[in-house]
Design a protein around this ligand. Structure first.
Ligand SMILES: *[C@@H]1O[C@H](CO)[C@@H](O)[C@H](O)[C@H]1NC(C)=O
Ligand SMILES: *[C@@H]1O[C@H](CO)[C@@H](O)[C@H](O)[C@H]1NC(C)=O
Ligand SMILES: *[C@@H]1O[C@H](CO)[C@@H](O)[C@H](O)[C@H]1NC(C)=O
Ligand SMILES: *[C@@H]1O[C@H](CO)[C@@H](O)[C@H](O)[C@H]1NC(C)=O
Ligand SMILES: CC(=O)N[C@H]1CO[C@H](CO)[C@@H](O)[C@@H]1O
Length: 338
């Protein structure tokens, strides 16, 4: 499933191209109901997402062009969505960003190579499994205009594994990882594996989110004494499960939610449903948390928590077809041990 298409051009240089003003408003469209894509004009879009740019000003014209390009992309992306449960693409709060801007703001995970998984598949797996049913998955968060997905995926895995171990589900500080994981680049991006390596080597304890709250910008690392309560990583595994997604299902059930990196270029336009097409496995650029799967229907799928707020996708989640390494979901997958 490597079908890329003319609109999904890879843009190698990642730079922040958007003015801080529009960044703010890119991340502020969290209220109200979601536009569902069909026949939305630019005026309705601006009203819905509170875009204040001056009519016919330079920014207005540029955003209008991006918007028109987005609607063209949607027609293309939807052309293969034939089954009712297939992914739908359309207008959302990202629709006035160019693809390059979107990448620069949201897709800031660097690719990690992991060794091919060589273990066995687990026998007797349930046909569907969802860690949310066990109340060990924290609510969907919003990274806002900060390239911090790599930290959200790692912290998401840690807080779930902590809760699976019997502790009350608590949100841990993403900001602490952003500020303190010095081999990464804060809001300018990072790698989940480097963050996990840092956590394992330093045994830094992540404090609750309430004590070190998320700012959506890189700050100065706060240190806590060793006696301060927090959660540390003992170990982690990282594997490539491409061609072995059933074994990956076993890891999920045995160890808890998994941190994974994906190619999320087409997610700019995603509204919901199961992604089967238009999602390559070649250029990973985003990090997420795999929390479950469902193989009972015609199209088996992964249940994946994203960090773009609850108005994106299926209440903040994305479904990805199992098999074929769609979006590179199986390319490098980490399980954490606390
Ligand atoms: C999208 O919105 C239109 C008009 O509001 C509505 O008729 C249609 O059923 C909606 N489609 C979906 C998939 O929700
Ligand atoms: C919009 O699409 C056209 C043609 O597909 C392309 O040439 C142009 O660069 C795109 N504009 C932006 C702002 O992405
Ligand atoms: C960490 O995990 C790796 C891979 O499973 C294993 O080889 C290693 O012994 C573990 N280390 C510790 C300290 O548990
Ligand atoms: C699993 O998938 C089936 C088929 O698509 C669907 O009917 C069912 O609601 C799903 N189960 C859960 C728990 O989401
Ligand atoms: C700079 C700018 O346009 N800011 C606007 C962003 O959107 C909010 C509403 O969500 C407006 O109040 C701001 O004026």
């Amino acid at each position: 499933m490597t079908g890329s298409h003319p609109y999904l051009v890879v843009i190698a240089t990642i730079s922040t191209l958007v003015s801080p003003l529009s960044c703010q408003n890119v991340s502020s469209g969290e209220t109200g109901t979601k536009l569902n894509g069909s026949a939305v004009d630019f005026d309705s879009f601006r009203e819905h997402f509170h875009r204040m740019y001056e009519v016919n000003g330079e920014e207005f014209n540029r955003r209008h062009l991006n918007f028109q390009n987005a609607t063209k992309r949607h027609a293309y992306l939807n052309s293969l969505s034939t089954a009712p449960q297939s992914a739908k693409y359309g207008i959302n709060r990202f629709s006035d960003l160019s693809q390059k801007e979107f990448r620069g703001l949201y897709l800031r995970a660097s690719a990690d190579r992991a060794p091919l998984f060589s273990g066995l598949k687990t026998e007797g797996l349930p046909a569907k499994f969802d860690w949310r049913d066990k109340a060990v998955v924290a609510p969907v968060q919003n990274q806002q205009a900060c390239g911090s997905c790599w930290a959200f995926s790692v912290v998401g895995a840690m807080q779930s594994v902590h809760a699976i171990g019997g502790s009350p589900l608590a949100q841990l500080s993403v900001q602490q990882v952003l500020d303190c994981s010095f081999q990464n680049h804060g809001c300018n991006g990072g790698s989940p594996f480097r963050a996990l390596t840092w956590l394992k080597q330093t045994r830094v304890k992540l404090v609750p989110q309430s004590e070190y709250s998320y700012k959506a910008e890189t700050g100065i690392c706060h240190f806590f004494s060793q006696s301060h309560a927090g959660v540390a990583v003992k170990n982690f595994t990282a594997h490539d499960f491409s061609g072995q997604e059933e074994a990956m299902m076993g890891q999920l059930v045995e160890h808890g939610p998994l941190a994974a990196i994906v190619d999320a270029v087409s997610w700019q336009d995603y509204l919901g449903g199961i992604i089967q097409h238009h999602c390559s496995s070649q250029w990973s650029n985003h990090a997420v948390l795999v929390v479950g799967y469902n193989t009972t229907g015609d199209i088996p799928y992964w249940i994946v928590q994203n960090s773009w707020g609850t108005t994106w996708g299926n209440e903040g989640y994305v479904y990805i077809k199992i098999g074929g390494n769609v979006c590179g979901i199986a390319d490098s997958v980490a399980a954490v041990f606390l």
